[in-house]
Design a protein around this ligand. Structure first.
Ligand code: F6R
Length: 617
């Protein structure tokens, strides 16, 4: 899940490529690089461990050296390591033996070991540990005696895996080559210049027409335009679309981190998501592209996602079952893909994804499409691959989420799923339009509570509670019913931004093993439920923890006096619709975790080893 950006046109491209890369840095940020064809038709390049900031510093330090980095044909890259550690050498671009061909790549070349050994036997000299370098060496051979198009076709028959590749070569100094299989790649076009990037936002504001390269295709880009071919070498004509993507340099608006800003944006995101879905109700239903007949006869709803989006789906299960009365199951995309698949009749699958680009979710979607199962993408990025490839879509209105740890996108997903459950219930004749209006109101109230509870506990968390808990090495998180998937989500936040180990269980499972872990050194965080039966069970589980000298942090509701009395630390919320209990707790738990991570001096917005958009398997 790296990002690639390229340019061919009349302007010096370095600054534009660096700007594009910095917009896509959420996809990877452990190293970066740039190469261009200079005024003497030679390749000039710079690359480094670290992100665009480090790359810019390195470029500044090189000013005045004989390398010219001002060409008008160039390629750039930010990396999230898959093969080989993060280092200057493993940073892209990668080169052939004579540094006359430069390649940047997003994806994985699965058969690179085999190809590397073969190329080494032929005398090629490798310097990096990456899978990508084989592509540069393959081009070195293939470009010797044939046209550019034939060379590309020959390379793609040899490499296996997923790739978005950009290639420049001194042999063809007027051209930029863009090749796509599975990994996304799009062209930004005007009459005078062509951009190419992993995502439209890289060139938003520069050109307003976009061509999404179809899977298994490549583009040969010259100063006078571009030609696209499929992997059989036939010329194809993918549609030129008007790009609706705009780019505003958001900034942190005075907050210390994007994550904190995004935590505070959640009330607004709920309002925007509800208002958007309300005003687009009929258009929204059309965009879902599921007939009323199918909804009325629906047997199953399946959710598929990864990480936070999977957790949102697990919460959505309760909405669909209780409000829309449809049997619902959530699947982890990375597991779903490799299990035996039985097409279900009268079943709709909703792929949940902030980015709409996550490789495992996208491949699961493709598997379903191939089996002619109806699919809907619930995504936050309108121009994403999932929105384009699913039968229908529903857009959340979280706005651009920059911090790697998802906060407001999760909230928007939960709010959208709550409304979708009501829409389905309405079409099935289970509820009236008043119930939909009430649901919208409930979501607004939940947004208020989400924000107010941060304000209520803010001072205590900063001054007393976060310092008290920041030094524990392990936590156990517990939930039951709808608060279990929420506990999973809260635990994920603590793991990814504070690097603290958390084990998370459905509370009823305690006595089947994890109870052995309870001691005073391992705080137990318990998320309550509003359903009376579940609450009683949860209270019993809290007793089990206290009876073994456990330390208990509780997220409870104001009338739950017994549970509140047991807690060592407690956060109390006003009563809401029981199904919205997770939503009201969301902001506070994120804020609590954020403060712990801050005290531990973690790089909040860019946790180690992670990237925002996971576009490799
Ligand atoms: C965690 C987080 C990830 C993503 C996951 C799926 O805070 O952000 O777990 O939720 O990588 O990403 P999307 O939703 O873009 O498919």
């Amino acid at each position: 899940m790296c990002s690639v950006v390229g340019y061919n046109g009349p302007r010096p491209c370095r600054q534009m490529i660096l700007e594009g890369l910095s917009r896509l840095e959420y996809r990877g940020y452990d190293s970066s690089g740039f190469a261009c064809i200079d005024s003497t038709s030679k390749i000039a390049q710079v690359k480094t461990q670290g992100g665009i900031e480090q790359l810019s510093l390195k470029i500044a330090a090189q000013q005045g050296q004989k390398q010219e980095l001002n060409g008008a044909i160039g390629i750039g890259h930010t990396r999230w390591s898959t093969h080989g550690v993060s280092s200057d050498i493993n940073a892209h671009p990668h080169f052939d033996c004579h540094k006359t061909t430069a390649v940047v790549h997003n994806g994985i070349i699965e058969n690179f070991v085999f190809l590397k050994e073969k190329l080494q036997l032929l005398g090629h000299h490798f310097i990096s540990q990456t899978d990508t370098e084989v592509v540069a060496h393959l081009f070195e051979d293939e470009l010797k005696n044939q046209s550019l198009e034939k060379a590309v076709l020959s390379v793609v028959t040899k490499i296996q895996g997923a790739y978005a590749l950009l290639v420049i070569s001194e042999k063809y100094p007027d051209y930029l080559i863009a090749i796509r299989k599975s990994s996304p790649l799009c062209l930004g076009v005007s009459s005078t210049e062509t951009f190419v990037a992993s995502d439209v936002s890289a060139f938003a504001g520069q050109v307003d027409q976009v061509v999404f390269l179809p899977d298994e295709s490549f583009a040969i880009i010259s100063k006078s335009g571009y030609h696209v071919y499929n992997f059989f070498g036939e010329r194809i004509y993918p549609p030129v679309q008007k790009s609706t993507c705009t780019w505003t340099a958001e900034g942190k608006a005075g907050y210390a981190h994007y994550m904190l800003k995004e935590i505070y944006e959640q009330k607004r995101v709920i309002i925007d998501t509800v208002n958007f879905l309300r005003s687009h109700k009929s258009a929204g239903m059309q965009q879902l592209n599921v007939s009323h007949e199918l909804i009325q006869e629906l047997k199953n709803i399946h959710f598929i996602g990864c990480g936070t989006s999977w957790h949102a789906g697990m919460i959505g299960e309760y909405f669909m079952q209780e409000i829309a009365q449809v049997s619902t199951q959530s699947f982890l995309a990375s597991e779903f893909r490799y299990k035996k698949f039985f097409p279900y009749p009268r079943t709709v699958t909703i792929i949940i994804s902030q980015s709409g680009e996550t490789a495992d979710s996208l491949e699961a979607l493709r598997l379903l499409t191939a089996s002619e199962q109806p699919t809907i993408a619930l995504a936050n990025v309108a121009s994403s691959s999932m929105v384009r490839e699913a039968d229908g879509f529903l857009l959340t209105q979280a706005g651009q989420e920059i911090a790697v740890a998802s906060t407001k996108a999760f909230t928007a997903q939960v709010a959208a799923l709550y409304l979708l459950a009501h829409w389905i219930a309405y079409i099935k004749g289970l509820v009236t339009t008043q119930a939909i209006a009430r649901a919208e109101e409930e979501l607004f109230v939940a947004g208020e509570i989400l924000e107010n509870s941060i304000e209520r506990y803010k001072f205590d968390i900063i001054t007393r509670i976060a310092p008290q808990y920041a030094h524990y090495k392990n936590f156990i998180f517990l939930g039951r019913h709808i608060s279990f998937p929420f506990a999973l989500e809260a635990a994920l936040k603590l793991k990814e931004i504070a690097y603290i180990f958390v084990d998370c269980y459905p509370a009823g499972e305690l006595k089947h093993g994890p109870l052995a872990l309870i001691d005073a050194q391992t705080p137990v965080v318990l998320f309550s439920c509003l359903d009376e039966t579940i609450y009683k069970k949860l209270y019993g589980n809290a007793q089990e923890v206290k009876a073994r000298s456990g330390h208990l942090i509780v997220f409870a509701f104001e009338h739950q006096k017994d549970l509140i009395a047991l807690a060592d630390t407690v956060f109390i919320f006003p009563k809401v619709n029981p199904l919205l209990a997770p939503l009201v707790m969301t902001g506070l738990v994120q804020f609590f975790v954020y403060q712990i991570a801050t005290l531990l001096e973690r790089p909040i917005d860019r946790p180690r080893n992670l990237a925002k958009s996971v576009t490799v398997e």
